[in-house]
Design a protein around this ligand. Structure first.
Ligand SMILES: C[S@@+](CC[C@H](N)C(=O)[O-])C[C@H]1O[C@@H](n2cnc3c(N)ncnc32)[C@H](O)[C@@H]1O
Length: 286
């Protein structure tokens, strides 16, 4: 389906932003979608992974995306629904998406009057600009991309972009912690803490080892090999004390709970009752 006129798929960890956007597009274009995500729909068309208005045929995608998509099941839909509600309900005027990738919330949620700062590497944010421009999408919130590497001085770039540390903030680290090592995560949490006025919240997703519990034939799947090679050590497991030690009060849900809430299946990869990983969604408050 992809042709040479389509832009290349990004490589490295940026490729995972496309992987999860494709899953949101599949949900968005399904018969009974739990949400619509115009940016995700436009992304798969822009990259030649689907025809306009057509449900992306995930099994026809580049082989590694197809295999991984099958294994991830409804996990991306469930976390999207969870964090949509968490962030929408917060009485805050500024949202910071860490490792924002192709997150389309600024384009699809009724966040008029809010500032949404999207932090990711320059190439990912440039792809997002291209997708939105070609599709003619306008954000509903006041969207500010901040092109950084999380290892750099991103607090400086964020405040220069207009972020106000004196006001409470809704932070989100969705699909991110597994790609960072412990030192990088400690630095990130310390910086978030320093920028968080009382009333701030942090939504953060953490999983136990995504390698353990995989069957040999699943690991042999090209896509799993590819994504495993991008994983870093992640946070300490279990992460509760680590998060609390950074000054947060915790509320937590598992992916299994979210699946029960929404009447969806937990894929085996993330189902501890079938030997899979535990995935936690923390709502951290201060
Ligand atoms: C799986 S994607 C998730 C994207 C988005 N949060 C979502 O759920 O759609 C991981 C994202 O983290 C970003 N990322 C990983 N390491 C990063 C770093 N050191 N600095 C900035 N962004 C990073 C990647 O570029 C990618 O967009």
């Amino acid at each position: 389906m992809r042709t040479i006129s389509n832009p290349p798929l990004p490589d490295g960890v940026a490729w995972t932003a496309v992987l999860v956007a494709a899953q949101r597009a599949a949900e968005s274009l399904s018969a009974a979608p739990a949400f619509r995500d115009p940016l995700a729909e436009a992304t798969v068309v822009h990259l030649g992974l689907a025809q306009p208005g057509e449900t992306p045929r995930l099994h026809e995608m580049p082989r590694e995306m197809a295999g991984l998509t099958r294994m991830m099941g409804d996990a991306v839909t469930l976390r999207t629904l969870h964090h949509d509600r968490l962030l929408t309900d917060l009485p805050v005027e500024q949202i910071v998406l860490l490792g924002a990738g192709l997150d389309g919330r600024a384009y699809r949620l009724p966040w008029a009057g809010r500032r949404v700062f999207e932090l990711d590497r320059p190439a990912v944010l440039a792809l997002k600009e291209d997708v939105a421009r070609v599709a003619g999408l306008e954000p509903m919130a006041e969207r500010t991309p901040v092109a950084i590497d999380l290892a750099d001085d991103w607090p400086g770039a964020l405040t220069t972009a207009g972020f106000d540390p004196a006001r409470p903030t809704g932070w989100l680290a969705e699909g991110l912690t597994i790609y960072l090592n412990r030192a990088e995560l400690d630095l990130m949490l310390r910086r978030i803490g320093e920028l968080s006025a009382p009333g701030s919240h942090l939504g953060i997703e953490v999983a136990t080892s995504l390698r353990a519990g995989l069957h040999d034939e699943e690991i042999a799947n090209d896509g799993v090999d590819r994504v495993l090679s991008l994983f870093s050590s992640g946070p300490p497991i279990p992460p509760h004390d680590w998060l609390a030690g950074h000054g947060w009060r915790l509320a937590v849900h598992t992916l299994t709970e979210l699946a029960d809430q929404h009447g969806r299946q937990v894929p085996r990869w993330f189902d501890p009752s079938r030997g899979g990983a535990t995935v936690w969604y923390f709502d951290c408050a201060r």
